[in-house]
Ligand binder design. Structure first.
Ligand SMILES: [Zn+2]
Ligand SMILES: [Zn+2]
Length: 171
């Protein structure tokens, strides 16, 4: 039943205040209710001591074993700097058309809390967008714009353009 489907949000080593703000943002933008997940990830899972970074796909694989019967998607916020083969770093990773995603707040931080939170909302919405089957979008301001740097993140909004929005399921 659609009303019993939740987007689960997990946070490791991130402030509760941010987690609650992200939950509110997800509800606002996607319309689905959010539940907090209390799963945890070992701090050294996927850690590469040479690069001093965590491999996002290894953590995502681990997360994808978590399942709740009323779960629509699961997204995790992490404090680690993430990378993927072929990239110096990534802000996050979401399975295209799958159920699992993660976002690192490591490079999003700013002393101005509003900016820090806003950046996190954008990356969360972007990765969740991938799980709902959305590809990158060039429509100005759309959250599905590809972000390669903080200025790319800051240049886009946290909402989906009309075309992307049409593809998203409605609760
Ligand atoms: Zn993307
Ligand atoms: Zn778009």
């Amino acid at each position: 039943m659609p009303e019993s489907r939740f987007i689960y949000l997990a946070g490791f080593g991130v402030q509760k205040r941010l987690l609650l703000a992200v939950a509110k943002n997800i509800k606002e933008v996607f319309g689905f209710n959010v539940r907090l997940s209390h799963i945890s990830v070992h701090p050294l899972l996927g850690y590469d001591p040479v690069r001093k970074q965590h491999r996002a796909d290894i953590i995502l694989d681990y997360l994808s074993k978590v399942y709740y019967p009323d779960m629509l998607k699961l997204i995790a916020l992490l404090p680690f700097d993430l990378y993927e083969e072929g990239f110096n770093f990534i802000f996050g990773l979401g399975q295209l058309g799958g159920n699992y995603a993660l976002v690192s707040v490591y490079r999003l931080f700013d002393a101005q809390e509003r900016l820090f939170f806003e950046r996190t909302f954008k990356e969360v919405n972007h990765e969740l967008g991938h799980t709902f089957g959305l590809m990158h979008c060039k429509s100005p301001g759309c959250v599905m714009n590809y972000s390669n740097s903080l200025s790319d993140v800051d240049a886009k909004g946290r909402f989906f353009c009309g075309r992307c929005n049409k593809i998203l399921p409605k609760p």
